[in-house]
Design a protein around this ligand. Structure first.
Ligand code: ATP
Ligand code: MN
Length: 482
């Protein structure tokens, strides 16, 4: 008999028929009640075993973590806590799980312990919920763009363009690393002998390639893995993370902000509607976690309130210049509570500043725009009419409470001459990026896009605080287990 999913059984209005379910035992009480979970939902189904007619040998093997198959009658539950249960007539152990050795005991484990057991942590309620929410968010991303007529583009993962400067890169090579790699006369490595005949890296962003597609297909998006060898061991950075990068021809910076805000709201709304049970569980998890914090550090809103708040309010749009004024006059700046004190226009914003603006000052998502050209990437559109020395670019960063930067984007510099000037000034090799410059030579036009770090979005929606807990197998400095 084909087995049913637990989620369908729990939602079934038809009872008293024979069903089969397969899953993993969460708990087994009184030699009689199995809480069975198959991953389809956060909820377990109660399976009532007829222990008098079940061999002791079998009962002993119903242990936490074991995979089992049960057949029986789906009936209204006689106990409290669940509407339906399976009154088991046949029970088969599919895979034993040694109760002494199975790491996922039915008790509270630390997140650190769970990270070390990332291959099993998804069998817990919290991680099951997080990974279902992650899957739903990913689907919503595609649905949003597809409904709006965007095309999904797969940009290369191995790239030969190292000019982008978005972060430290991982090199890709098939040359030996034991010192026997072929060398040039000056002693440097001869990459002509390498697999691709040149030096290559794992991509830090698909943007530049994405732009070439936007200048043909109009509206495109990428959704793929990106890699940064940044040695920043923070709760917001991974060495391997997933990025969503829409790019749209003829969009200016204001259109870009509208798109980003609408997109974020859509995917959150979609997930709130689809993942109610998982989010409710995660909300309670967060409440529990916060109980151990001093009152002042607890958040004023519950998880679902925070999500509704984002849906119901406009993101506050603030120029970099206004933000600097706010920060300069802020109490933590005056009392020297910031690690980096803001004195001058032109200062790069650190996450402490971003968080102050979002969490203390505006208390809502913030879009900062028009940053100093000096602290932003070469491809961002230079604003017209800016004072010499105070040039700004049409950049925008979206800052979220508890997260900091979730989106980084800009209107792109569409003018060939200005772009080349900029590259020269920064020492970026024009020859290396000949194909990128071609987009400005042949039918150039205003266009804009942004990158959203998928894990930072999952962090926000799940209310988790460490980015290592929202990706199945995190890659961070000194850690690539699994
Ligand atoms: P940050 O200042 O937080 O390091 P960034 O300025 O380097 O971010 P961008 O290069 O603009 O970020 O990348 C676009 C988005 O990708 C960011 O807004 C963020 O959501 C996400 N992101 C960047 N670096 C990482 C990382 N190491 N791990 C996870 N997400 C990241
Ligand atoms: Mn970074």
């Amino acid at each position: 008999m084909k087995h049913s999913k637990v989620i369908d059984l729990l939602n079934s209005t038809k009872t008293l028929h024979e069903v089969t379910a397969k899953g993993w035992v969460r708990t087994f009480r009184n030699n009689q009640f199995i809480a069975l979970n198959d991953g389809s939902t956060i909820h377990n189904i109660q399976c009532v075993v007829d222990f008098e007619n079940t061999p002791d040998e079998t009962l002993k093997r119903i242990t936490t973590g074991a995979a089992i198959c049960v057949t029986g009658t789906l009936a209204e539950s006689r106990g409290a806590g669940q509407k339906v249960e399976i009154q088991v007539t046949k029970l088969e152990i599919l895979g034993d799980s040694d109760a002494e050795k199975f790491p996922m005991q039915p008790k509270k484990h630390s997140l650190e312990f769970l990270r070390e057991n990332a291959h099993l942590r998804v069998r817990t309620n919290a991680f099951g919920a997080i990974m279902r929410v992650r899957s739903t968010l990913a689907f919503a991303v595609h649905q949003y763009f597809q409904e709006k007529g965007f095309f999904y583009v797969n940009t290369p993962i191995i790239t030969g363009s190292d000019a982008e400067g978005a972060g430290e890169m991982f090199q890709v090579t098939s040359l030996p690393l034991d010192g026997s790699a072929p060398r040039n006369e000056d002693g440097s490595i001869n990459y002509k002998e390498d697999f691709f005949g040149k030096q290559t890296n794992l991509t830090v962003s698909g943007q530049l390639e994405g732009e070439t597609f936007a200048m043909a297909l109009g509206q495109i998006y990428t959704f793929g893995p990106t890699f940064r060898a940044e040695n920043s061991n923070t709760s917001r950075h991974l060495a391997e993370f997933w990025m969503i990068e829409p790019e749209v021809a003829f969009n200016d910076l204001a259109d870009n902000m509208d798109l980003a805000e609408d997109f974020i709201k859509y995917v959150i709304k979609y997930t709130v509607d689809k993942c109610g049970d998982d989010l409710k569980f995660l909300e309670n998890r967060l409440l529990e976690e916060e109980k151990s914090k001093p009152q002042a550090e607890r958040s004023e809103m519950t998880l679902l309130e925070k999500l509704s708040f984002v849906l119901d309010n406009n993101f506050k749009r603030v120029s970099y210049t206004e933000a600097i004024e706010i920060l300069r006059d802020s109490t933590p700046n005056k009392k020297k509570k910031f690690r980096y004190i803001i004195n001058e226009w032109g200062a790069d914003l650190q996450s402490e500043h971003e968080r102050f603006l979002v969490e203390k000052h505006f208390k809502c998502p913030v879009i900062l725009f028009d940053y100093p050209a000096k602290i932003k990437a070469f491809y961002m559109r230079l604003n017209d009419n800016t004072e010499p020395g105070k040039e700004t670019v049409r950049a925008m960063d979206i800052l979220f409470p508890g997260i900091g930067e979730i989106v980084g984007g800009s209107q792109r510099e569409e003018r060939y001459d200005v772009l080349v000037e900029k590259m020269k000034a920064l020492g970026i090799d024009e020859e290396e990026l000949w194909w990128y410059l071609d987009t400005r030579r042949f039918g150039s036009a205003v266009h804009s896009g942004f990158g959203l770090g998928f894990e930072r979005l999952v962090l926000f929606v799940t209310g988790m605080t460490n980015i290592r807990d929202v990706i199945p197998f995190p890659r961070t400095p000194q850690n690539a287990e699994f």
